[in-house]
Write a protein that binds this ligand. Structure first.
Ligand code: TYD
Length: 212
């Protein structure tokens, strides 16, 4: 009986799609366009972002992204994780349970890349914290918008929306990029790397093809 109940609930579960990438890769624009496309197909689509997505998460966002860095890397990680735990519990899981498609701008892999690789906390501690915050919920699909670091930082500078991560060294952002690419190469079934240097239409088409 339990086995059937499990299969039944899985068959009715929604789909969890995450967009990841470094600075200036165009994640937010892709999220909006992909969301419109999926909604036009008649699906319930929930768009959200990290850090943020809930009132508490948005408060954490202003704490971790304002001009002054948190200072302590572990404290910074745990702030992201607190926002993540709240987002998963109050928005993502309920949406998936009612069958929605959830599109999220960044998720747990960002902590691996930024705090684990960029800050140097290491993957193990970040993956443990991620598992606690998410209850081991993993995306069904992660779209990685990959772009050379200098190109991304130049795009971001042009947008005039820099946060203190944007002002980190090029070496920091190279570690972040390498971290994302490692994760993608380890899980080719659930990650799709998209060349974000292409024109936006090509990026969107690649994303639509990956979502299927
Ligand atoms: P944001 O302005 O949303 O940048 P972007 O448009 O590039 O997503 O700021 C999010 C910043 O927070 C970004 O620099 C990456 C960082 N971040 C982490 O360091 N760890 C995390 O777990 C998450 C979710 C984001």
């Amino acid at each position: 009986m339990l086995g059937w109940a499990y299969v039944y609930s899985m068959a009715n579960a929604g789909r969890f799609i995450v967009i990841e990438g470094g600075e200036g890769a165009g994640k937010s624009r892709l999220l909006a366009a992909l969301g419109e496309q999926l909604a036009a197909e008649g699906r319930e689509v929930v768009l959200t972002r990290e850090p943020g997505g809930t009132p508490l998460g948005e408060q954490v966002r202003s704490l971790v992204l304002n001009d002054a860095a948190v200072g302590d890397h572990l404290a910074e990680l745990l702030l992201f994780e607190a926002a993540r735990a709240h987002l998963v519990a109050t928005l993502i899981r309920p949406a998936l349970e009612r069958g929605a498609t959830v599109l999220c701008d960044r998720f747990a892999a960002s902590s691996v890349a930024y705090q684990g690789c960029g800050r140097g906390l290491g993957r193990e501690v970040v993956e443990r914290a991620n598992a606690i915050a998410t209850g081991s919920l993993a995306p069904d699909l992660t779209l990685l918008l990959d772009l050379p670091v200098k190109a991304g930082l130049a795009r971001r500078a042009g947008e005039g929306t820099a946060n203190h991560f944007d002002r980190e060294t090029v070496a920091f952002h190279e570690r972040v990029r390498t971290g994302f690419l490692e994760l993608a190469h380890e899980s080719p079934d659930t990650w799709c790397v998209i060349d974000a240097a292409q024109p936006f239409e090509a990026v969107l088409n690649a994303a639509i093809a990956a979502v299927g």
